[in-house]
Design a protein around this ligand. Sequence first.
Ligand SMILES: Nc1ncnc2c1ncn2[C@@H]1O[C@H](COP(=O)(O)OP(=O)(O)OP(=O)(O)O)[C@@H](O)[C@H]1O
Ligand SMILES: [Mg+2]
Length: 599
Amino acid sequence: MSIRQLPDTLIDQIAAGEVVERPASVVKELVENALDAGAMRVDIDLEEGGTRLIRIRDDGEGIVAGELSIAVARHATSKIASLDDLESVATLGFRGEALPSIASVSRFSLASRRRGSEHGATLQVDGGRVGVVAPRAHPQGTTVEVRDLFYNVPARRKFLRAERTELGHVEEWLRSLALARPDVELRVSHNGKPARRYRGDTDLFSGERLVETLGEDFARNALRVERMLAQGGEGHGARLGLHGWIADPTYSRASADQQYLYVNGRAIRDRSVAHAVRQAYADVLFHGRQPAYVLFLDVDPLRVDVNVHPAKHEVRFRDARLIHDFVQRTLHDALAATRAGNGPLVAAVTTQAEVARSLALPGLPQQGLSLRIDEARAGYAALYADTAGRQMAGEAPMPPADASEAPPLGYALAQLHGIFILSEAAEGLVVVDMHAAHERIGYEKLKRAHDAGGLRTQPLLVPQPVAVSEREADVAEREAGTLAELGFEVGRAGPQSLLLRAVPALLAHGDIEALLRDVLADLREHGASRRVVGERDALLSTMACHGAVRANRRLTLPEMNALLREMEATERSGQCNHGRPTWTRVGLHEIDRWFMRGR
Ligand SMILES: Nc1ncnc2c1ncn2[C@@H]1O[C@H](COP(=O)(O)OP(=O)(O)OP(=O)(O)O)[C@@H](O)[C@H]1O
Ligand SMILES: [Mg+2]
């Protein structure tokens, strides 16, 4: 075949292959256009999962009659005019490709009236064949209709799935758009029936939109995160901010279905940021579970390239490493604040040391760097303040405590089956898994002690021989340094025996022989690469488990109360070392319900 220039319609259809995958991608492009046009309300009508009809109406700026034809022309956009504009683009669209692509694979119509203009107009495009502009009455704003998607591209049409499935994809995109723009009202109808409504004028940070999109359960377990790094003072130079919500580790998911990341308002996927989030959760998430989050990264537009993916699902950061570390550190700190008894909404904590650490982040010049950390003011009550009176499934905010000075986890009443501590708290009954809680407290103590230069050692009055395998004895000899850091002093007494001379002071009261064996087993498994923090943590976690109270140990009330107070003061004490919850609360309202007592 000789080389020839392709006809325009075919070029559009080829471009459509990248831009339009299914009804959901059409909805995404059209709603993004509406948002770029400043719409505050968008109506989305669908038929048959969007395969038969997608109609999007908005109350935005509108398009003048004279520009309707150019709007559906390839490479025509009002959003950028130069490469400079592209480098600092603030709109969701910038390619001038969405409308011509969609119009080339559907029966398409565009109707609009520009703000301030007297008359509306409309234009049809049928499988890429552009009709003529005709007058039509239309309120200010724009309506786009897309019928029979892929009717002229059978190969594509074959890939469309069942109505339910396509509708599900549309809803997922809308959820993602709705999270980014809580100020905009979105109404969805399907097959003529109202299907979904996101109220406008909600404020994401009051938690309302969060409840609308991800449900009460997420909102109830969400931790508010907000941090900003500004270089050279506010409003000048490079800025880097992160805000949003991350779910408490005990609210984890089996799949990665609640992970929303936005860069400058645009929903994207990013492997490096996802990795940073996973690392931040590494120490608190139950094995194999996925964290849930809604995170907004604000990056200087000049330092991020949005033009790297055909459907704009990815971006490229200039300072990828810096952003990775910033996200990881911020979430790590926020998660450290998940102390038992804290309301679910806590801010990333800030200490002097933390500021100093942030200053040492690689990639940002340290000179003239000013750090501003916004402590979120939102509290548990604040989340529900706006929704109060709507009675969230019977779990209204707890009434203020009568004794408001009572500690969050209350005062111990009794021990149940040697496993749980029952405690009377202002809002009702608190149940604590004694071993799980104690284990976390021990673990955090060990980590702190280790960070402060190694675990304190307690010499044994009489050195204790420990029988081990020959390999274990070898490991003990080879790893004498690591063991010393962990607080053990061990010598070799024979081919299969060690002599234990000193043990970690924090754990001196437990079964130290079993402890040493477990540590040796861990060391054997992880080898000598102890510079890796995760492995150090695994060792300390093993040790903490040994130190923790066993089931069936009788505790006195003062001992129980001491444990509760320690939980309140310990970072991450809401979850045990394996990510399981350490405590739960049964509200008085719920107990009332058990007995059908109205209040
Ligand atoms: N709902 C709308 N309201 C007002 N103007 C619109 C609307 N939809 C499209 N337009 C105009 O039509 C132009 C072309 O839209 P199109 O979506 O094809 O390109 P784009 O948004 O500029 O870039 P991209 O291809 O990245 O989406 C836009 O630049 C805008 O001027
Ligand atoms: Mg667009």
